[in-house]
Design a protein around this ligand. Structure first.
Ligand code: 5GP
Ligand code: ZN
Length: 139
């Protein structure tokens, strides 16, 4: 349920203070301590799970429902110009805290760091794309 070595479990338990903007039986939503923008928040499921591979499907669905509501609420309050919802899994993908969380990142037209989520692009041949598509078909 909770992992004593997990910083987010300790925040959820109230052992470590946080700036909480929302809480219910399933989730706590806190401001990121090292924000990418004004209002950057994190949706934390209260039950410990490491990542997208471990999270219960219903909890994952609830996290996205909450993200939708909070994106609308935060955009209204902050008058931001756009919004990213981001979720990292495993170190290679940028995950640094191994308790599932969803980033809510308000974006502002005139921010100095508007390249925070830009990535360079890879290219694949048509044959490679077809092979990738076929290997990924899911029913
Ligand atoms: P990740 O890189 O795992 O997707 O995101 C982890 C996020 O948690 C980072 O944006 C980081 O700033 C934030 N974070 C790490 N430790 C703490 C903490 O103790 N309190 C809060 N509020 N945020 C934290
Ligand atoms: Zn945890």
């Amino acid at each position: 349920m909770s992992d004593a070595n997990c910083i987010f479990c300790r925040i959820i338990a109230g052992e470590i203070p946080s700036n909480t903007i929302y809480e219910d039986d399933t989730f706590k939503v806190i401001l990121d301590a090292s924000p990418a923008s004004k209002g950057h928040a994190l949706i934390l499921p209260k039950k410990h799970c490491a990542d997208i591979y471990e999270i219960d499907e219903e909890v994952a669905a609830g996290a996205m429902r909450l993200a939708k509501k909070l994106a609308c609420h935060m955009t209204e309050v902050l008058s931001c110009d756009g919004f990213n919802i981001l979720q990292n899994n495993h170190e290679v993908a940028g995950q640094t805290v191994f308790h599932f969380h969803m980033h809510l990142i308000p974006r502002y037209q005139n921010a100095k760091n508007n390249d925070i989520l830009m990535w360079s692009h890879e290219t694949f041949t048509d044959e490679e794309m077809a092979q990738i598509r076929d290997s990924l078909k899911y029913e």
